[in-house]
Ligand binder design. Structure first.
Ligand SMILES: Nc1ncnc2c1ncn2[C@@H]1O[C@H](COP(=O)(O)OP(=O)(O)OP(=O)(O)O)[C@@H](O)[C@H]1O
Length: 229
């Protein structure tokens, strides 16, 4: 796995109609760092996270992951970069309801060669098992909220991405499961070297990040060092 630092310069995330959603003049995140994004509802946190994944409707400025500037890529190249380098945990999971856990966890297989697909399948199965999810044939539509969350986590990690982006990952979890997921995410950053960026309202999760930035009214207003454990 290669490691990817993030460098944002003069970033403005825009709607289709070119209205500003989030602005970040400059931000640097080291490879393997755990960054939290906090701020009130509607502050532009998810819009920023989507831009970091190359999913913003429009953007100006640069989003450099290592030497790749996402803002300079067209839609297919962004999708290919995402499939190879980014693991995404969405706020509402965004699973394919009619598919099982393993099929959901291997959705990027279409971007892979045959030999890579084998490795992806193996890693997805290993992740599902370590998250205590049986590899059964049930559609995920029949899964509980906590099980769905764990499928989303397995999917984000199955292709061994260098970048892990999570939107409110602990929002629907009880405190024990939230703590378990927090530990898992931090281990992915500090032990595996994945660059971790998490949007959250959860003060316990944010307190564990290496650094937290705060968004307000679509603008980055604060950037401070936290105390991860
Ligand atoms: N594609 C879009 N077109 C128009 N407006 C949008 C679009 N995406 C987001 N918005 C608006 O931009 C604002 C910021 O949304 P965003 O989801 O980034 O906020 P947030 O800080 O993540 O909020 P929350 O904490 O409630 O999830 C909101 O008012 C939202 O309705």
């Amino acid at each position: 796995m290669d490691k990817r630092a993030l460098k944002l310069r003069d970033l403005v995330v825009l709607t289709e109609e070119c209205a500003p959603l989030a602005e970040v003049p400059a931000l640097d995140v080291a490879a393997g760092e755990a960054l939290g994004i906090s701020g009130p509802s509607g502050a532009g946190k998810s819009s920023l996270l989507f831009a970091l994944a190359g999913l913003a409707p429009r953007m100006r400025g640069s989003v450099l992951w290592g030497d790749t500037d996402l803002s300079a890529l067209g839609t297919p190249a962004r999708a290919a970069f995402r499939a190879r380098h980014i693991g995404l945990i969405f706020q509402d999971h965004l699973l394919f309801e009619e598919l099982g856990a393993l099929a959901n966890a291997t959705v990027v297989a279409g971007f892979r060669s045959r030999s890579e697909r084998r490795a992806l399948q193996d890693e997805a199965a290993r992740r599902l098992s370590s998250l205590s999810l049986p590899d059964d044939a049930r559609d995920v539509s029949r899964f509980s909220g906590g099980e769905r969350q764990r499928v989303a986590v397995a999917r984000a990690l199955a292709h061994r991405p260098s970048i892990l982006l999570a939107d409110e990952p602990t929002a629907s979890l009880d405190s024990a499961n939230a703590e378990h997921l927090t530990q898992l995410l931090l281990a992915e950053a500090h032990q595996a070297g994945r660059t971790l960026i998490v949007v959250s309202h959860d003060p316990q999760l944010l307190a564990r990040m290496d650094r937290v930035i705060t968004m307000s009214h679509g603008v980055l207003v604060n950037d401070f060092k936290g105390g991860s454990q």
